[in-house]
Design a protein around this ligand. Structure first.
Ligand code: B12
Ligand code: SF4
Length: 518
């Protein structure tokens, strides 16, 4: 239910950007945003010269199956996005090109060369994140096509900065320099949007919104002095001081998603040295203060970190739910996404990363790092307990009472009773039951040794439907230590192969962009 309502609102910006760059290079573009309900076998054009896919890791198997199908039909295939950045070695087995940082010149070089690279695809990457991106006006037709799939709430994706100045070792952006895009461009984009939509909602995809806070606010105020636009942003608690919140409210910010992460670790994100119950009190006061300015707040937690031990971290989260009833808690299971973050090397060195198939790597359907201080049964008992507490009838009622505005209340209710709240409790209970009843599941979680339990392979088959038949042989499993091996071999996998190829674009060239947010 929630997915049908919201998935189109979670579409990425980059495939739209790519569409613009390909058209600028003279190609014909067919853009398709997969929201989980389309029939890709029917909706994608049969004849393509190049198929670009943008995919998160949870959509990797879908991407691999599509690549295989379109290669059989004669297309060249390219993968970009989080999965390509995290698992390039694996993706190179199934795509002709695997792209890391992607700018206009990388795309032009690929289009000019456009050759099959098999059995191992060519890794390409710009030296850094792009210095600029096409305007909203330029990507508008792709935005419109995606939003047509959102039945009621329609959210426009925007971005004002790349990278982050902070260095949290678990984060993909900890090693990427912070780089604001031109603020004058933001103002121009927001003016364009106001001319198109009466009361637009904008979601900022910046990894950490508001680092250059005053510049940002000035850019927004210049475009929208009457604050007609409603904004959503991911930001750290350290940036959400009361004076900043006053200005955010004045400028129409309706939803904020700060990371709390843990009561014992990762304090640098919330800029606090406090730990345990002291941190719970301080953070819940802060969150309650934010709710006086902004109607909707989602607080993000990571469960299963090495700093956690025993029942206490979970009990503290339950206390937080009671003390800050208006916050919607989003729980992520500790996940090591390939080469996403420097910390993953430590987990791989310790032999703690499990080869869970990619489909399950979405922070919820599997925890692919063996916990340091819990047996799996114990961990799942605590996980179920904290999730059930967070989405109990009492917690939902208190959350709705503490939330202002009809839409935020309704969203809170819908999220709680569909896949994110009750759906997840059901899923975690299933895993807990299997830990007792299915020896394959227990062995796989404890040792990572194959065979892959039927529970998981059946779900992949069900998820992929007709496309399961196109999954390349051997692609369900991957090497969870590929990052470590490449570092130890001294091999830089994501080689920068920037040549001086002339762009041979022609009006006859056809390019398809198929992002896969699921
Ligand atoms: C904004 C964001 C979101 C937004 C928007 C999502 C979206 N569709 O873009 C929201 C809040 C909806 C979201 C949701 C989720 N997210 Co998120 N999100 C981010 C965040 C903070 C920024 C990503 C971003 O847009 N950066 C700006 C772009 C321009 O830069 P970039 O991503 O580095 O992309 C560069 C290249 O990769 C390449 N590129 C990117 N896309 C494409 C596409 C093509 C075709 C090509 C050729 C190139 C290309 O070009 C870019 C420029 O160099 C990152 C963390 C981070 N700091 O990066 C996590 C991150 C991407 N999210 C993550 C996850 C796990 C999720 C969720 C599964 C969480 C959940 N359980 O619900 C969902 C999945 C949503 C979905 N659509 O499938 C993981 C992904 C790990 C992985 N390997 O899959 C990340 C890395 C965070 C983490 N845990 O480490 N997310
Ligand atoms: S503050 Fe957020 S975006 Fe920046 S490095 Fe830390 S976790 Fe990543």
């Amino acid at each position: 239910m929630y997915g049908r309502l919201m998935n189109a609102n979670f579409a990425s910006i980059m495939p739209q950007v790519l569409g613009v760059w390909c058209e600028e290079a003279g190609h014909r573009v067919h853009y398709l945003c997969y929201t989980g309900v389309e029939n890709l076998l029917e909706d994608l054009p049969r004849e393509l010269d190049v198929l670009f896919i943008g995919a998160f890791t949870q959509a990797a198997h879908l991407a691999y199956a599509l690549s295989n199908l379109f290669r059989q039909r004669g297309a060249i295939t390219a993968l970009g996005g989080p999965h390509a950045r995290c698992y390039p070695e694996d993706a190179q087995r199934y795509f002709d090109y695997v792209l890391g940082f992607t700018d206009r010149s990388v795309v032009q070089e690929l289009l000019a060369e456009c050759e099959p690279h098999r059995p191992v695809g060519r890794a390409m990457s710009a030296a850094r994140q792009p210095a600029d991106l096409p305007s909203l006006a330029a990507r508008w037709k792709f935005v419109e096509a995606t939003l047509a799939k959102a039945p009621t709430i329609k959210i426009v994706p925007m971005i004002g900065s790349l990278g982050c100045p902070y260095t949290c070792s678990f984060c993909i952006d900890s090693t990427v320099d912070y780089q604001p895009l031109a603020f004058s461009q933001l103002t121009e984009d927001l003016r364009f949007l106001l001319a198109k939509v009466r009361r637009p909602i904008v979601a900022w995809h910046d990894p950490n919104f508001g680092v250059r806070f005053d510049d940002y606010m000035e850019a927004i105020e210049a475009a929208d002095p009457a604050a007609c636009i409603r904004h959503i942003a991911e930001s750290s608690l350290s940036l959400l001081s009361e004076p900043h919140l006053v200005r955010l409210r004045k400028n129409g910010f309706q939803a904020l998603l700060p990371g709390i992460e843990s009561w014992y670790d990762l304090g640098n994100k919330s800029k606090t040295r406090l730990r345990g119950m002291e941190k719970v009190r301080q953070v819940s006061d802060h969150v309650n203060m934010i709710l006086r300015y902004v109607p909707y707040i989602q607080t993000n937690f990571v469960l299963g970190l090495d700093s956690d031990e025993g029942p206490e971290p979970f009990e503290l989260t339950k206390r937080f739910i009671d003390l800050a009833p208006g916050a919607f808690p989003a729980y992520s299971l500790l996940s090591a996404f390939g080469r996403a973050a420097p910390l993953n090397l430590e987990y791989q060195r310790a032999g703690r990363v499990l080869p869970f198939p990619f489909t399950f790597l979405n922070n919820n359907h599997a925890m692919n790092v063996r916990p340091a201080n819990y047996r799996w049964e114990e961990f799942y008992d605590h996980l179920i307990d904290v999730t059930a507490h967070s989405f109990s009838g009492r917690a939902i009622r208190r959350r709705i009472a503490a939330t202002g505005g009809a839409t935020p209340r309704w969203l809170n209710l819908l999220r709680s009773v569909s896949s994110e709240g009750w759906g997840r409790i059901r899923y975690h209970r299933t895993i807990r039951r299997l830990l007792d009843a299915d020896a394959d599941v227990k062995t796989f979680l404890e040792t990572g040794t194959e065979p892959l339990p039927a529970f998981y392979s059946d779900r992949i088959r069900h998820d992929l439907g007709d496309l399961h038949a196109f999954l390349p042989p051997g692609s369900i499993m991957h090497d969870p230590n590929a990052y470590l091996k490449s570092v130890e071999n001294g091999a830089a996998v994501a080689q920068i192969q920037r040549g001086r190829h002339r762009v041979q674009a022609s009006a006859a060239g056809t390019t398809a962009i198929a992002p896969t947010p699921t």
